[in-house]
Design a binder for this molecule. Structure first.
Ligand SMILES: [Zn+2]
Length: 251
């Protein structure tokens, strides 16, 4: 039975992933996510059902438009696959529980934010405003720590990034502040601190690699939202284990 639920959740994740691409690419431009239907950016042919099967359409068409042969960005199937895997991962980690529900909503937010921030260097308010009430209600319904852990996590997350924005005047923006306030709230204070440390570590390592390989310039701003999102997901999935492992090492 478990295998069927796992497959079902993965397929749902892939389908949602396809929609998250559309949300992440259109909402920052103020466009509707439903209308108009997706078209090839080059020949303007409307994409049919055959072109919109997550991941597989891309694989079978070798990443090209079936009509004009223009190459599509591999980013689309990548984020579809990421959403499918994250949905599955949440199920394998938490089973059919409230923690899984929160994890899936959190992963959805993280995928959309990553798409939008990488493409436009912006985290759209509309997306945050859509997810905030769902995550806040779910968190208070399925608490696995005292309520103040979550409040403290939100204050810490938003406050810390706000401080960085005020002190550095660049790199991070108010979108990151709001995003990490929400993520910090969902995580609770302990995992929120861990998520921030992970985000900084990933951001620094990948930033240095990109600078060393001359893909980006030293002064070029790099979006930080994707790292906050990645740190948040790892801290949500394994935060408790990582933190207790760390304290048993030093204690
Ligand atoms: Zn085309």
């Amino acid at each position: 039975m478990t295998i069927f639920i796992a497959i079902y959740i993965t397929i749902v994740g892939l389908l949602f992933g396809s929609f998250f691409n559309v949300v992440g690419l259109r909402v920052p431009l103020g466009e509707s996510v439903i209308h108009p239907p997706s078209r090839c950016g080059s020949c303007n042919t409307r994409l049919g059902a055959k072109d919109m099967v997550p991941v597989f359409s891309y694989m079978f068409s070798k990443g090209k438009c079936r009509h004009c042969g223009v190459k599509f960005s591999p980013v689309y199937p990548l984020f579809e696959a990421a959403a499918g895997l994250l949905f599955l991962w949440m199920f394998l980690r938490f089973g059919l529980t409230g923690a899984m529900a929160i994890g899936i909503v959190l992963a959805s937010l993280c995928v959309i934010v990553t798409v939008a921030d990488l493409k436009y260097m912006r985290i759209p308010n509309k997306v945050l405003l859509f997810f905030a009430p769902i995550l806040i209600v779910l968190r208070f319904v399925f608490m696995d720590a005292a309520w103040w852990h979550y409040i403290l996590g939100g204050v810490f997350g938003g406050g810390l990034i706000l401080l960085i924005v005020l002190l550095t005047k660049g790199g991070m923006g108010m979108g990151d502040v709001k995003l990490f306030a929400l993520c910090g709230f969902v995580l609770g204070i302990g995992p929120a601190i861990l998520a921030f440390m992970l985000a900084c570590a990933f951001g620094t390592i990948v930033g240095l690699i990109l600078i060393a390989s001359k893909i980006v310039q030293r002064k070029q701003p790099v979006p930080f939202g994707p790292w906050l999102a990645l740190g948040t997901l790892i801290a949500y999935l394994y935060g408790t284990q990582i933190i207790s492992g760390y304290f048993s090492l030093i204690g």
